[in-house]
Ligand binder design. Sequence first.
Ligand code: SF4
Ligand code: SF4
Length: 381
Amino acid sequence: MKLAQAFRKMRSLPRRFRQAQMIARALKSSRHPILAHIIPIRRCNLACAYCNEYDKVSNPVPMAEMVRRIDLLAALGTEIITFSGGEPLLHPDLDALIRHVRSHGRIATLITNGYLLSAERIRQLNRAGLEHLQISMDNVQPDHVSKKSLKVLDKKLEWLAEFAEFDVSINSVVGAGVQHPEDALVITRRALELGFETTTGTIHDHKGQLQPLQSADRAVYEQIQTERKPGFWAFAYDNLFQKNLAAGQPNEWQCRAGSRYLYICEDGLVHYCSQQRGYPAIPLEKYTAEDLEREYSTRKPCAPYCTVSCVHRVAMIDLVRENPRGALAGFFPPASPDESTKIPFGVKALSSLFLPAEDGRPQSALAKAMAAAVMRVLGIK
Ligand code: SF4
Ligand code: SF4
């Protein structure tokens, strides 16, 4: 298993480079979507009791129509295209669609319940060029609410650890409706043991709004935070959004849904997100640069208690773009009011390359030249 993990790390280097390019482009301009979730099929093979994103009858969106939608997203400049559902692995042409995303030079990712994965299916996804896969798990043992359970999916996780050449992330959940809060910790530990990224979401209602955490949920959440050693963005995300949500507090932020994040439903309409379908509900082929610009600054009343983490993460890039030093201070807050912000060395080094000095002095000629060289290496003009 260790060898497979080392191999996967090595194979991921070109992907990391492409991700760095994507972030550099997103930091340079706010005029294109960073992430789009696209639904190739609304049907799902499970029936989680809390879910409002599936049915039992829909046919797959025809291949030609999906290709057209991917072309439209690429024309808008969308950086990451994620297949979601329903259960996207039920779409018969999913691999060809992943290839089509890659043919545009975009990042192709997938959110699945994992039930249809096999060793061979994982190899097929490798060959198609998939770059990231996320599975969300609700409990250890299946129950009447959800069968997205570690016990059922553990073998699939082992196959992913052994065969996947793409990044794998396992999301666990805490909050109201979860019968055994400690399950999230068991799932996180197993995912870490297998070398996967981990995230922990908070349960939301049918509008994506926070359901307050009880003390047992909060204790589990805090224990997970001490064990998972998050990377830069995950650490910053926790400080900026997740800590408040875990404490039942609102977040002060600008939701960029409809602009930097798009949700394309099975009917080809653009919505803010899966929880706010119906706004603005414009057909993708009619979605223009003006729509992107309008929604960039439209205030969404659901923002303070929103739990849609992928939209939070997208918003973080624009926080850095608009006020880099302020964003860094929020990402790495002092542990107590008497301490100053503790920004990690690597981030400090990058800041000195790309940002004017804190005292307002302009960048030195050397820093400017080095920053230009980094952008050239990334292929950003
Ligand atoms: S697996 Fe996902 S899409 Fe299917 S019912 Fe459960 S939460 Fe909804
Ligand atoms: S704040 Fe944005 S992402 Fe969150 S529920 Fe509202 S529209 Fe969706």
